[in-house]
Design a protein around this ligand. Structure first.
Ligand code: DLZ
Length: 159
């Protein structure tokens, strides 16, 4: 879980064994999202989550992470992780997708008790995406897994 720019504390990570985590993964830029998924799953299991309690749903692109995460919330897991990779092109599509996904996932967090973790890379180019999905800046999927366990624990204490 190391990254030069990692601001998460490794300390006080709760035991993941009670938790059910639902991963929603975009197929767009699949090499990147598969690496993020691998990092997230590995970390969840290392922190005690039972592999049987990790559910995976695929969606076509990052824009669909909003709907996919909403459907995942309805199954009442302890947390959802939305995994995507948006890479800047020559048009404004990048801004529309990034803003929509960030806003959409923010809205899901406001409107449901089930936390949704934002694991969507928004990079200028493929190299930047590689650096953050298992390269020199670590794997943001691993960080998302830690965030999911911490938020699942937070939720269980509020209930
Ligand atoms: C259309 C599109 C483009 C141009 N770029 C990306 C991208 O970099 N990453 C990503 O996850 N998805 C992209 N998409 C697809 C949209 O997210 C969405 O799947 C389509 O617009 C259909 O709603």
């Amino acid at each position: 879980m190391s990254s030069e720019l990692n601001n998460f504390s490794d300390a006080n990570i709760p035991d993941g064994s009670p938790f059910h985590i639902h991963l929603v993964v975009s197929e767009w830029n699949l090499d990147i999202t598969q690496s993020l998924l691998k990092g997230a799953k590995k970390t969840l299991i290392e922190k005690g989550v039972n592999p049987k309690n990790i559910k995976l749903s695929m969606v076509p692109g990052s824009f669909e992470l909003i709907y996919g995460s909403k459907k995942a919330q309805e199954e009442n897991p302890n947390a959802v992780i939305a995994i995507g990779s948006v890479i800047k092109g020559e048009t404004k599509h990048f801004e529309f997708i990034c803003n929509s996904v960030a806003q959409g996932i923010k809205d899901l967090n406001i409107n449901s008790k089930v936390p949704v973790i934002f694991c969507v890379l928004t990079d200028d180019n493929l190299n930047q995406a590689k650096e953050r999905s298992g390269g020199k800046f670590g794997n943001k999927g691993e960080e998302a897994a830690i965030a999911a366990i911490k938020m699942a624990n937070f939720h269980s204490k509020q209930a």
